[in-house]
Design a protein around this ligand. Structure first.
Ligand SMILES: Cc1cc2nc3c(=O)[nH]c(=O)nc-3n(C[C@H](O)[C@H](O)[C@H](O)COP(=O)(O)OP(=O)(O)OC[C@H]3O[C@@H](n4cnc5c(N)ncnc54)[C@H](O)[C@@H]3O)c2cc1C
Length: 327
């Protein structure tokens, strides 16, 4: 299911369960009284403006990070300074028989870079590239020229894009990995991208959004039962951060040595664990332990590769500081 249908389904479901739902409303800011979030100031284009009050404010404003910006607690990720450009295309080469509908990734032979090809409905595909922002800046190219130059780095990708026609404007995102100093406070919680964003290589975004929303719901109910927020909201913060840390560390390791994932995914001993880890829900203790075990084995393999100048994967490896290893 695609995002617009999925979002509409969630919205309708909330309405059917009795929630008051408003559309076309822009929340300007969260209202605080004596340090506690008590509601939001909302406005519409037609001049409608109102203060809406609530027992708890949950910020789900995505990468606009409304409350984190208001409280100045957004921390840009120092290690992932990524740049992404993408759009929707028609007439891309079809996937090979038997692989219709699958998501394809293309390696681009460039550090910290990759491309996605996601078939959508009606013959349209979402295709985009991610790279280090510095590589775009020093290229001196326009975003479109830069996109084309990345396509040209991979023969399969060239084949996919040969007859492609763009049907939407380009979307561009930069500096998009970040976390927050705090995830919850008196009367407020952050969920989804409003709480944290990790580079999307493993499609973790919707996993984070849905699980954090569900855990925020549990934390709010618990705080009402207990008559206090600090323990419930503190547990929420720990739980979501511990899970997203797994996504983050998996992503960081991928960028250190992209081929490692392909190698582990093909090994009989690890294939199931790789698949299970990438399916998501790293907040569950059993899943988290499995993913951490896998990460630890991958790190050992990475250390072995990086310390052996003759290892065939060594030229593709970045050292732990994220630079090309010498020797
Ligand atoms: C390049 C790229 C590729 C990605 N690929 C994938 C992928 O393949 N798979 C995956 O799972 N995730 C992917 N993601 C991440 C995914 O899009 C997000 O993690 C996910 O959409 C987060 O959901 P959300 O509900 O937190 O935020 P959003 O989906 O951004 O929703 C936030 C909503 O809040 C509304 N809003 C914002 N501010 C206000 C305001 N002031 N007042 C009222 N409403 C407001 C917005 O209009 C929007 O409707 C990708 C992200 C990027 C940048």
């Amino acid at each position: 299911m695609e995002r617009d249908e999925f979002d509409a389904l969630l919205f309708r479901h909330a309405h059917e369960l009795g929630a008051t739902t408003l559309q076309g409303i822009n929340v300007r800011n969260v209202i605080f009284e004596e340090g506690r979030a008590v509601g939001v100031r909302a406005a519409a284009d037609d001049g409608w403006e109102r203060d809406l009050f609530a027992r708890v404010v949950v910020d789900a404003s995505g990468r606009r990070c409304l409350l984190a910006k208001q409280l100045r607690m957004k921390q840009k990720d120092a290690d992932f300074n990524q740049y992404s450009i993408w759009s929707w295309f028609r007439d891309v080469a079809p996937h090979p028989p038997g692989q219709e509908g699958m998501v394809f990734f293309h390696f681009l032979g460039l550090e910290r870079a990759w491309a996605w090809h996601i078939p959508l409905r009606d013959g349209v595909s979402s295709i985009g590239v991610v790279t280090d922002k510095a590589d775009f800046q020093k290229s001196g190219k326009t975003p479109e020229e830069f996109f084309d130059s990345l396509v040209a780095r991979n023969r399969t990708f060239v084949h996919v894009m040969e007859g492609a026609k763009r049907t939407r404007p380009w979307w561009i995102e930069a500096d998009y990995s970040y976390q927050m100093e705090r995830v919850a406070g008196p009367g407020w919680l952050l969920v989804g991208d409003a709480f944290r964003f990790v580079d999307p290589i493993f499609s973790s975004g919707v996993d984070v959004a849905l699980y954090s929303a569900s855990f925020a719901h549990e934390a709010i109910l618990r705080s009402w039962e207990e008559g206090r927020e600090d323990a419930a909201f503190g547990d929420y913060e720990r739980r979501v951060n511990e899970g997203v840390d797994v996504w983050y560390e998996t992503t960081a390791l991928f960028y250190q040595l992209q081929q490692l994932f392909g190698r582990f995914a093909l090994q009989r001993d690890h294939r199931a664990d790789v698949a299970r880890s990438l399916q998501g829900n790293p907040y569950d203790p059993v899943n988290q332990a499995r993913s951490r075990r896998l990460l630890s084995e991958m790190r050992s393999a990475y250390e072995e590769i990086i310390s052996d100048p003759r290892n065939l994967l060594r030229p593709g490896a970045l050292d732990p500081a994220g630079t090309r290893s010498s020797g």
